[in-house]
Design a protein around this ligand. Structure first.
Ligand code: GLA
Length: 396
């Protein structure tokens, strides 16, 4: 069972947050010596970016499960989880050094923002004023632009608690950054629990009306990174609707999944229908779709996807507060990224489940289609929580 902490009333969650903050203050600034270990947190140098040192933090729980996160882009570089026989395997795609991430990464493991996924033609308006963003995925804006949050060095602090340990990342994106209005102050907390759950909490505040949509872009392969394609993984997504896209992967509304090869309400191998002749599979070269997993943002996360890998027996459950979940089957991987185990990541060697507000929402939210607003007003706090929880399939 997942720690009930995550799903209890907001009063209880607020108290938990207060305890975490207190511990954070007590832990002081990030230690500057090598090999610092505090509870189940260790860190080591991870290389340099623009002459600045970057660190790699590893959180390990009482089951030996560990998650490594660098403060460059908030990238989750590795997650070690047991298979059915208790053998640990690294289930996320990534690299050994920060230099490799800088040299070229299809958003491996990172925080994407200010706006995760696409904004059509890089344009949106707030109160009649039009904003033009970078067109880094012609003709659209993708994942925050040329230098999104995935390419920023975040301030980091490690916090060891009894039940869980966390890395707290903070970053301020200045007014006009990549074309977005408002100084945006952010805090992202990665927490590993003893129940094998990685919880990611995002908070943001702005001094001007802006749009915000933060997510994490980890590529998973539950058989182990570098072990080939993910087509045998069985996917279940708790959604009866999705946002169909045009040929540039911009949503055109909301539609039912009934009768389409995109329907994953029943657990189905990813490869079973991926080759079917269907416009929406052609446009994204496979699955690259936003599933409607909720009508609006919720206060507490609920279960939106379950993935199992038959050979290892590993299972991943995704819980989120967000109304959308992007299922991307790694269709743009082409062997040009050589990962941690020295193997090239080929076509469909990893999948992402990105919890989010719907792509291009700033251009849809006034059309009455049911898109959640991405607008953040001054004085308000943006929050999103997503939990990736690992388990193994119980023997029958
Ligand atoms: C998201 C998008 C994909 C692709 C990847 C990054 O998942 O939906 O179309 O851009 O990011 O390669």
């Amino acid at each position: 069972m997942i720690n009930p902490f995550f799903f209890l009333r907001s009063r209880f969650r607020a108290r938990t947050a207060a305890i975490v903050s207190l511990l954070a203050i007590m832990s002081g600034s990030i230690p500057t010596e090598n090999s610092f270990a505090s509870g189940s947190i260790t860190w080591k140098p991870f290389g340099k970016v623009d002459d600045q040192d970057v660190k790699l933090y590893t959180l390990t729980n009482s089951n030996g499960v560990s998650v490594s996160i660098t403060n460059y882009g908030g990238i989750v570089t590795s997650i070690l989880v047991p298979d059915q026989n208790g053998i640990l395997g690294d289930v996320v795609l990534g690299y050994h050094s920060v230099e490799e991430y800088v040299a070229g990464s299809p958003y491996f493991g990172c925080i994407t923002g200010r706006y995760a996924n696409r904004i059509a033609n890089g344009k949106f308006s707030i109160d009649g004023k039009e904003y033009q963003l970078a067109i880094n995925n012609p003709p659209n804006h993708l994942h925050g632009g040329e230098k999104g949050f995935d390419k920023q060095i975040w301030e980091a602090r490690a916090v060891a608690g009894k039940e869980r340990s966390s890395v707290i990342l903070t970053h301020t994106s200045p007014d006009g950054d990549e074309g977005y209005p408002g100084n945006l102050k952010m805090r992202v907390i990665y927490t590993l629990t003893h129940q094998n759950a990685l919880r990611i909490q995002y908070y943001a505040e702005s001094d001007k009306k802006t749009v915000v949509n933060l997510t994490n872009h980890t590529y998973f392969n539950l058989a182990g990174e570098g072990s080939g394609d993910i087509l045998k993984h069985r996917m279940r997504i708790v959604a009866g609707r999705y946002t169909p896209v045009d040929e540039n992967l911009i949503p055109t509304g909301i539609a039912l999944l009934d009768g389409t090869p995109l329907d994953f309400r029943k657990a189905t191998p990813i490869g079973k229908r991926i080759g079917e002749d269907h416009d929406h599979l052609k446009f994204g070269l496979g699955y690259d779709h936003n599933y409607v997993v909720g009508d609006a943002r919720q206060e507490t996360p609920s279960l939106v996807a379950v993935v199992t890998e038959p050979n290892s027996g590993r299972m991943l459950k995704v819980f989120t507060t967000e109304p959308g979940l992007q299922f991307y089957s790694g269709n743009f991987l082409d062997g040009s990224n050589v990962g941690k185990s020295g193997k090239a990541y080929e076509y469909r060697n990893g999948f992402c489940l990105e919890a989010q507000i719907f792509p291009d929402s700033p251009n849809h939210e006034n059309k009455g289609e049911g898109y959640t607003t991405a607008i953040l007003k001054p004085g308000k706090t943006y929050t999103q929580t997503t939990v990736y929880r690992f388990d193994v399939v119980k023997p029958k």
